[in-house]
Write a protein that binds this ligand. Structure first.
Ligand SMILES: NC(=O)c1ccc[n+]([C@@H]2O[C@H](COP(=O)([O-])OP(=O)(O)OC[C@H]3O[C@@H](n4cnc5c(N)ncnc54)[C@H](OP(=O)(O)O)[C@@H]3O)[C@@H](O)[C@H]2O)c1
Length: 295
């Protein structure tokens, strides 16, 4: 059996070949149209028509706000989640938003999502890996199935979904936006949220690494790391309403900006990072947290 290093050695020429091919194609395009603007070239590569965006966890919170932001900016949006009811709430009043009720951790989930996007819209420009579960509890108290569910949703599903979407994103010079958290940035510890935090720290690593891996395909990978955003996420992961409200009120005073964030304030940054005009951002993990993580 070949060792890892020989597999890597064998893989390198392929990557280099793709890079060289891409460079040659770009040079040809530049020579053919030296007077055409970069914006026009990008538009030509992407093809005409509105962009198509897939958002996991699009039925609530940041995912819902992001779906509506992209729709307001003229995109066609497919929102994905397990609850058909909340997804329908996102699409209500937004005719360019369609829904798909699917569990992204199901073996067929990633294929169902990408197939639906391509069948409905014919293209995929932006994948927002937003769905997540964050169940509080110290490791000693976490049941293995709760631990597994968080890793499956926050980490394994984005891996398999991104993998499945990669060819379609390559066609459009598309973008992957991972939704991380400012809570696990840098050298911070996060007692009581170790598994959730670890899944997001790993997602940041994937963001940087995929940015380099996919660059020869013209696909960008970026992440937004929100601070505390009042979406009610904790109540959907087992925290009582009163405890959640007390947490939000308590932490607002610790945020240098003096308040917690709104889902729309994260949605705006997700849309900006995915915008073709923002295309020099790649491998970036952007904290949007009212300076909570840098104080
Ligand atoms: N709120 C914050 O303070 C905060 C801070 C930092 C980072 N974030 C991140 O922001 C993102 C959105 O969080 P949020 O605050 O908007 O929370 P949220 O409202 O609870 O959103 C999570 C979404 O994920 C979906 N989901 C969960 N498991 C799924 C699965 N297996 N398959 C498909 N969909 C699934 C849920 O819908 P269903 O249950 O219907 O499937 C829900 O709509 C998450 O990645 C979170 O980690 C949030």
């Amino acid at each position: 059996m070949p060792g890892a290093s020989s597999v890597l050695r064998a893989a390198r020429p392929t990557v280099r070949a793709v890079t060289e091919q891409t460079k040659t194609e770009r040079t040809k395009t530049e020579q053919a149209s030296t007077t055409t603007s970069t914006t026009t070239n990008t538009a030509e590569r992407r093809g005409a028509g509105p962009r198509t965006v897939v958002i996991t966890g699009g039925g609530t919170g940041i995912g819902r706000a992001t779906a509506r932001r992209f729709a307001d900016e003229g995109a066609r949006v497919l929102v994905v989640g397990r609850s058909a009811e909340t997804l329908a709430g996102t699409a209500d009043g937004h005719p360019s938003v369609s829904t798909l009720a699917v569990d992204i951790t199901d073996p067929d989930g990633p294929d169902a999502v990408v197939t639906a996007a391509l069948e409905r819209y014919g293209r995929l420009d932006v994948l927002v890996n937003n769905a997540a579960q964050g169940v509080p509890g110290e490791l000693a108290d976490l049941e293995p199935e709760v631990l597994d569910a968080q890793l499956a949703t926050n980490l394994r599903a984005p891996m398999l979904l991104t993998r499945r979407a990669l060819d379609a994103l390559t066609e459009t010079s598309g973008t992957v936006v991972n939704v991380s958290t400012a809570g696990s940035l840098g050298r911070r510890a996060w007692p009581g949220m170790s598994v959730y935090g670890a899944s997001k720290a790993a997602l940041d690593f994937l963001t940087r690494t995929w940015a380099v891996e996919f660059a020869p395909r013209g696909v960008r990978v970026v992440a937004v790391a929100p601070g505390v955003i009042d979406t009610g996420m904790a109540t959907r992961n087992g925290t009582g309403e009163a405890d959640y409200r007390a947490f939000i009120e308590g932490i607002a005073g610790r945020v240098p900006s003096g308040r917690v964030g709104r889902p729309e304030e994260i949605a705006w940054w997700i849309a900006r990072l995915a915008d073709p005009e923002g295309s020099y951002a790649n491998g970036t993990v952007l904290a949007v947290d009212g300076a909570l993580s840098v104080q």
